[in-house]
Design a protein around this ligand. Sequence first.
Ligand code: SF4
Length: 492
Amino acid sequence: MADLAVVVAERMEAGAIGGNVFTVTSSRGRAPDGLRRLRVALAPGAPVALCGTARGLDPTLRTGELVVATELRTTDGSAPRVLPAAPLVADDLHRLGLDVRCGPVISSATAPSAREGAAFAAAGAIAWDTESAWVAQELPDHPLAAVRTVVETGRNETIQAQLRAVGSLLGVRSSLERWARAVGPHHVLRAGPRSFCAGVERAIEIVERALERFGRPVYVRRQIVHNAHVVADLQAKGAIFVAELDQVPDRATVVLAAHGVSPAVRAEAADRPDLMVIDATCPLVAKVHHEARRYLTQGHRIVLIGHAGHEEVVGTIGEAPDQISLVQTPDDVADLDVGDHEQVAYLTQTTLATDETAEIVAALHRRFPRLVGPSGQDICYATQNRQDAVRALAPLCDLVLVVGSTNSSNTARLVEVARREGCRAELIEDASDLWLEWLGGATTIGLTAGASAPDTLVTGVIDALGLLGPVDLTEHRTTEETVQFALPRQVR
Ligand code: SF4
């Protein structure tokens, strides 16, 4: 993509923006030299930013607030120029700490009267300027962004206040350059499998069915799965999330989250026979608990490979806190104090990175030659499949975006897998987390989602990339998943 060209109407605005700027006059009929120079200088398809001052039409705008135009309207009845990337530019400016509003901007050569301004505002325009729309008409084949600083609001601003407002333009060039580097066509490789696994689908369905069958509210101990959108959606349907069972009132229905719980939590639930307790523990997590109990019965000390503080790990260690030691890295293995080296077993958290876990298991085998463990690892099919899919596509990409919440272990591992393949990778909660600076130079983008992230969020990211230019989407599927888990009897 060619370099950004910044266009302003007046020299004062050029001074505030800084750097190389094309200055055009604001009178359309005069075929200004600046515009002619601009047309000659512009490379085909080069991104152009229209910057300068504006009058606020929305009465809630304040002087110095920036308006990022979503469309540029004229007063001559011609079709408005839509600027789809406005929300991404506005987010970038927000991150710089600037006050920003998005909305339509209308241009006319002469300042509107109070009545005209009110009519523009009634039609949805939030700001007026002298030139953006007609400069845009001259540049139909160039991607455009328009950022204006509000210098007038009709509240009798002093000259000093207006000059200070012009100063808001000081920070905008860097954002616009990030937009210019990001704008253009993108090839998206969408990983498959991605998004919900069978354990997450089951857990969500359990809460939804409990709400249908037993009515609102249904209490859920901890996040049912580690995704903020899923939690918010279930809250809207009537679920109440609590940290501990003592926050659940008598005779309520309560669901235990997919990550599993320790025997102590089960005992606490059993002590409250008035509660309807529905267990949404993923059967693959339950299998790890079962293996832990089996090894303990056989007299083994257990080494659990996992991440400290993760709810699944807390639940598994709860099977026998004095008999289970946690290791998180190969280096931790040397420090283990497990007593009898002949009686050591290992287990793993279900959502770890397969490569990293293999290194730890190898270190354990070196230290404890009679080590026993599960046949294969406990890393679940969904974690494995999502990692394999990312491993396959990352070498083809300039950037991999992983959709999911930061507290989701399997999601964080997908980022690590992509980075281990030498690809830039970022974790995003949803499309609103998309940063323009990541997209500069990224023409092929890999896209996946953790097992707890809804696929609608992936679609939202594709839509957001579409604001920057055409998106060519390819599904990059490495395997099909057919796993399903039965529901607990209370909600069948
Ligand atoms: Fe179960 Fe694996 Fe999904 Fe976790 S990621 S809920 S262990 S299927």
